[in-house]
Ligand binder design. Sequence first.
Ligand code: F6P
Length: 348
Amino acid sequence: MSSGDSTVRKVGILTGGGDCPGLNPVIRAATRRCILGGLEVLGIKNGWAGLIHADAVPLTLEAVSGILPRGGTILGTSRTNPFKRPEDAQRVQTTIRELGLDALIAIGGEDTLGVAVKLIKQGTKVIGVPKTIDNDLSNTDYTFGFDTAVNIAMEAIDRLHTTAESHHRIMVVEVMGRHAGWIATCAGLAGGADVILIPEEAIDLRAVCDTIKKRHLRGKGFSIVVVAEGAQFKDGANVSKEQKLDAFGHARLGGVGEMLGAQIEEHTGFETRVTVLGHIQRGGSPTAFDRILGTRFGVKAAELVVAGQFGHMVSLQGNKIVAVPLDERAVTMKTVDPELYELSKIFS
Ligand code: F6P
């Protein structure tokens, strides 16, 4: 099989932003399909940082062998924004030239793909692969990593149920979800949580406490409350333990669970414990769904390279993997479907 764009011989693959289960299946599939198309493949280390510092390794069939079930990314990742400093943006172009890269496959979320959009405007040949455990990217039905995170959070909720019931306690579990509460909603639904709190709707403390008290009156001496890390109290501020921002201006979230647990205990008088799942949701082996979605995304991304169809992002629409234009519209936020969230309230 030969390349449809005869000017493309060498492709660079990079993973940017937070890691997530399913990245290695994408790297493996894209590499194998590119090699099948007669292309040479380089792995760029640590996201856009690798293009600033010219840090790359050859991706061969041997290099990607055995990585399908592995969590994380064999290429490493970072939240580097090469457009923060003009000299870094310049270095990216120099590295692309020096490494002889004709095209890039950029695997990442809103920030990484946002950089890809800027590079496309500068004339670089890029294919995007959407990634985030938060599942908050529009223009794709699902991103890989999300299913794994939901299953991990669901299992945690199952486990919290038995200890909550034994001790007649309220259990608050804080899950990831910066701008959108997909993990909270889906894990909460799958795990039978009593209250689900997401960034899309301000936390109504009184309503939360009323739900818990009503359950007690019904003879349920315990409750499970799932809260997304990005959920906000009515004052509208995110809870964050640190003021430091990353290169894309995001604060490190965390702490809403602790704050909520203390307030629930104070207002209901019921003993409350808090569990923060944190990066457990992002680590470890991907589920079958995420391995298959990652594999399909990787193959499609490589096929777009082989066909010379640059400036596109692969996307899951229904059960088909399609190509959508990689522009500002492709990297907008997808918040939780209000119908799904309303449905979850039936079970409070
Ligand atoms: O963007 C995905 C995500 O998992 C968010 O839900 C979370 O806020 C963030 O990454 C945390 O990432 P890190 O601790 O790696 O900076």
